[in-house]
Design a protein around this ligand. Structure first.
Ligand SMILES: Nc1ncnc2c1ncn2[C@@H]1O[C@H](COP(=O)(O)OP(=O)(O)OP(=O)(O)O)[C@@H](O)[C@H]1O
Ligand SMILES: [Mg+2]
Ligand SMILES: [Zn+2]
Length: 493
């Protein structure tokens, strides 16, 4: 076992002190050693002569008996395929019988989160009153799916992801054992790709072993991983830090046209930029990064012409890209825009956002000062309606493309038609067409007013219909065709 010292130490101590719990819960990410540890622990607690460190001797009769695949005393159950209540009932029947050849009967229930609810309930009964000789080891990657009643009866041990260093150590040992030559950088690459999981690292290493005839080389591992050649990525990143948009776009086009997926490319770029951050800020950066020397040397050059601030923003752009790619209809366009943004990081500063925030601050200050004024003299803010109207017209002229609408609004005479009272600005329309056009823009008016004057809580347009229907029809016709209305004749007269 490599890593997981907190777990091995706990388990060893309980073996050496003879203090064995009835139920353990092993949780943690895939491939970090849960099942393996469960199997070793099951043998260790039964071994007649455990070694000094608590591990099984592998020599005594019990160890030999338990190493047989179908041992009666170590029962491995895969809850993924035996998840029904009958399986657990069956287990409950059998657990009563004492072990045949050793001290403890150990049940390893792997992927325990797959049990059905009724199976969990049945298991709970057993965990509540386990026979003295029974030890349960439950293993799962998804601890949140385990009922709290079960959790509270288990000793929980969390398996961590392994560090790249630990993984490199393991791989080195394996390659040395089988006498396979390797490049240091290649091991680092395999370990990084394993992303903390021993199983993943081992399976990548396995593929590399069959892929490389002689030495395991950095470039071969890259090929196995389907990563793009780091020299190209380094070159691309070089254009980004120098702000050479044209060359950066051409190279990214070239890389994607070679069949590289945009999201992988984005990830590679982000990772290479992060390497520059290390090269810039850490003394022994390449002891951490383990990059081939010529690549590292170029990253150091780039780090000299880049501030941390710029680097962080660039990394950010490419990290976000991964999420954006999920919703975009054209991945390559999204990538290209990210490249442009990264080349000119000032573009990525959200000026609209800043302006909006300034406006918010301004209006809040204004609100505060009017509130203060109000408490002093509870008097209505004096407002020059003509000025207000001028502002509204101004904005409207920019907003609408309908000249006639703008013209209608211009016809409003602020002196006679506008009234400001009780925090309401009322516009008295003189005809229905005016009313409907102004009403059409009422929400725009409200927004403008709101941003400008806090006191006006409302604005409304009214039209007093004091002309009868006929007159209204005539007026409408007049509106449409123009001309002068001399006299309106009603039905009666
Ligand atoms: N900490 C470790 N040290 C050494 N080898 C390990 C370690 N963890 C896992 N392995 C190796 O990785 C492989 C997978 O381990 P194991 O099956 O125990 O993982 P697991 O945590 O049960 O994974 P899963 O959640 O997918 O069931 C095994 O070959 C095992 O030898
Ligand atoms: Mg497992
Ligand atoms: Zn033994």
């Amino acid at each position: 076992m490599i890593g997981q010292q907190h777990i091995t130490r706990t388990l060893k101590n309980s073996i050496l002190s003879g203090n064995i719990s009835h139920a353990y819960l092993f949780t943690g990410t895939r491939g970090t050693g849960k099942t393996t540890t469960a199997k070793i622990f099951a043998r260790a607690i039964n071994c007649l002569h455990p070694r000094e460190d608590g591990s099984p001797c592998n020599e005594c009769e019990v160890c030999k008996a338990l190493s047989q695949p179908n041992s009666l005393d170590i029962i491995e159950m895969d809850a993924a395929s035996n998840n029904g209540v009958e399986d657990i009932r069956d287990l409950r029947e059998k657990v009563k019988f004492p072990p045949t050849s050793c001290k403890y009967k150990v049940y390893i229930i792997d992927e325990v989160h797959m049990l059905s609810t009724s199976a969990f309930n049945a298991l709970l009964k057993t965990l509540e009153e386990p026979p003295a000789h029974a030890v349960f080891i439950l293993a799962t990657t998804e601890v949140h799916k385990i009922p709290a009643t079960i959790l509270s009866r288990c000793m929980r041990l969390d398996f961590n992801l392994l560090t790249t260093g630990e993984l490199v150590g393991l791989l080195r040992k394996i390659f040395e054992d089988i006498q396979k030559p390797y490049q240091k950088e290649a091991l680092q690459l395999i370990a990084e790709a394993g992303d903390g999981s021993v199983r993943d690292s081992l399976s990548i290493a396995d593929i590399c072993l069959s892929y490389c005839d002689g030495e395991i080389k950095y470039d071969d591992v890259l090929e196995v991983l389907g990563a793009s050649s780091p020299t190209m990525i380094v070159e691309l990143v070089g254009y980004l830090v120098r702000g050479d948009i044209s060359k950066a776009l051409m190279l990214s086009e070239k890389i994607t046209s070679m069949g590289k997926s945009v999201s992988l490319l984005a990830k590679d770029i982000a990772k290479m930029l992060r390497n520059i951050v290390f090269a810039k800020n850490c003394v022994n950066a390449n002891q951490i990064l383990m990059l081939p020397n010529e690549i590292f040397a170029r990253l150091v050059q780039y780090s000299d012409i880049c501030t941390n601030d710029k680097l962080v923003r660039m990394v950010d752009i490419f990290m976000k890209l991964e999420g954006e790619l999920r919703y975009t209809s054209s991945a390559s366009v999204t990538l290209e825009m990210a490249i442009v943004k990264a080349c000119d990081v000032t573009i990525s500063i959200d000026t609209n956002g800043i302006i909006q925030r300034l406006k918010d601050v301004e209006s809040r200050v204004r609100l505060l000062s009017t509130l203060e004024k109000k408490t002093e003299v509870s008097e209505q803010l004096q407002l020059d309606v003509s000025i207000v109207w001028g502002k509204l017209l101004n904005v409207l002229s920019r907003k609408t493309s309908m000249i006639s609408a703008y013209k209608t609004a211009c016809e409003v005479d602020p002196k006679t038609q506008l009234k400001y009272e009780n925090n309401i600005l009322t516009i008295n329309a003189i005809k229905q067409s005016q009313e409907s056009i102004l009403n059409y823009y009422i929400n725009d008016f409200k927004n403008i007013i709101c941003a400008e004057y806090f006191d006006i809580v409302d604005i409304k347009v009214v039209y007093e219909n004091n002309v009868d229907e006929v007159a209204q029809g005539v007026m409408q016709l007049n509106d449409m065709f123009g001309g002068d209305v001399v006299k309106i004749k009603n039905k009666e007269n």
